[in-house]
Design a binder for this molecule. Structure first.
Ligand code: FAD
Length: 367
């Protein structure tokens, strides 16, 4: 028999990765009582394994509302850096991002890129001085955005979690939620052999968000990403975004990432994946042939059926909410998501989140 439930919290959050942690902090800061239940020994899965490139991906240019939201997200992340780093230590480094574009993409998106002022075109003659040591194919056009950033996800999450705990959020590790039940006036949760109660619950369990007993209707699934960390004395002054990324990490190593694979919940690297990445790295920066691979890692990105995060009430539920599906931009967009979701949860204003992220809209196939 389960013990009687703990006291009633305003919100219980299932999952303490960067998405859950930022939301817990937002809600707690605005006076709500918050309980975070996280399954792991330490919080975060994808958040701890991400490459850490914090710049809106041009793959979303076709969805202008969402792309603009990602740009707002970058501004919110910048504010987090300014607010949290002085107290909890550095978790980011600012670097320009050099994007390699195909001529065909420039034909389609050139005008939009100019209008959005995403960066400045770099002439072939300037490339060598801008990115010394890089072997860049002349068949591409290069766009330089000075506002790129690398974020160490584990350190960022640790800073946000410490801020949460400091402001009174109750945070439990090794608490795997296996049941979320909507009752007449509250939500009952079961995590292992413990019972909890909350007025409302938010599922923020990353790639596991539609797992047993959670938000099954959302169809969130894992996408594996592999990456390599290379130690070298060579200097890379910018983040190169091409077929893959080559980027200077926060700790000084060079990060090569990342694959995008459907491998269910297998979160290990493969010879084929790492081989692809290392070939890209040494072709693009030949001097990396003598670098030392100090870490090879893989993680599971949470992917929704629409390719956009799902943030808001679960259809047919009044007290169960979801915030998951942040794909390859969760470090970039967790804070912006949290601000928008807190605005919806605390003040009923859902207009601040892009329409494509609304679960009722997205899960009706209308996205
Ligand atoms: C290889 C790779 C590279 C990436 N690169 C970038 C990048 O360059 N830039 C960027 O912005 N983003 C990047 N991402 C994406 C980013 O990491 C994710 O979008 C983000 O971390 C998702 O955060 P999350 O909190 O939703 O999930 P996670 O960090 O996965 O956290 C989920 C949490 O839920 C908990 N949980 C799961 N099930 C339960 C349960 N039943 N009960 C309780 N708790 C549960 C887990 O223990 C975990 O702590 C990358 C991801 C990967 C894997």
């Amino acid at each position: 028999m389960l013990p009687s439930p703990s006291s009633l919290h305003d919100f219980a959050l299932v999952g303490g990765g960067i998405v859950g942690a930022c939301l817990a902090e937002e809600l707690g800061r605005q006076g709500a009582s918050v309980l975070v239940l996280d399954a792991g020994d330490e919080p975060g899965h994808a958040s701890n394994r991400a490459a850490g490139v914090a710049a809106p991906s041009l793959r979303y240019l076709d969805d202008r509302e969402f792309f603009d939201w990602l740009r707002t997200a970058k501004a919110d992340l910048d504010a987090d850096v300014a607010r949290l780093e002085p107290q909890y230590g550095a978790f980011s480094v600012t670097r320009p991002i050099l994007r390699a574009l195909r001529e065909t993409d420039v034909d389609v998106y050139g005008e939009m890129l100019e209008e959005l002022a995403v960066g400045a075109w770099v002439e072939d003659t300037e490339l060598a001085s801008l990115a010394p040591g890089l072997n860049l194919p002349p068949s591409r056009r290069y766009l330089l955005d000075p506002n790129g950033m690398m974020v160490d996800g584990r350190r960022y999450l640790n800073a946000v979690r410490r801020r949460c705990v400091g402001q009174g959020v109750s945070w439990l590790q090794n608490a795997t939620v296996r049941e979320v039940r909507e009752e007449a006036t509250s939500i009952a949760l079961v995590a292992d052999d413990r019972a909890f109660q909350a007025d409302r619950v938010v599922i923020a369990a990353g790639a596991w968000s539609s797992g047993n007993g959670l938000a099954e209707s959302t169809g969130i699934r894992p996408q594996r990403g592999q990456m390599a960390v290379l130690r070298t004395e060579e200097t890379l002054s910018c983040i190169l975004s091409s077929a893959f990324y080559l980027a200077p990490g926060v700790g000084g190593d060079i990060i090569v990432g990342t694959t995008e694979e459907h491998a269910r919940f297998a979160d290990h690297v493969t010879t084929q994946g790492i081989d692809q990445l290392l070939r890209f790295a040494t072709t693009t920066m030949p001097r990396l042939e003598s670098s030392i691979p100090v870490e090879l890692r893989a993680g599971l990105r949470p992917m929704s059926p629409t390719g956009r995060p799902l943030v808001g009430a679960l259809p047919s539920h009044e007290r169960i909410f979801i915030s998951a599906g942040h794909a390859g931009h969760g470090l970039l967009s967790a804070r912006c998501t949290a601000k928008g979701l807190a605005e919806g949860l605390l003040r009923g204003n859902w207009e601040v989140l892009p329409h494509s992220m609304c679960p009722a809209h997205a899960l009706n196939g209308a996205a």
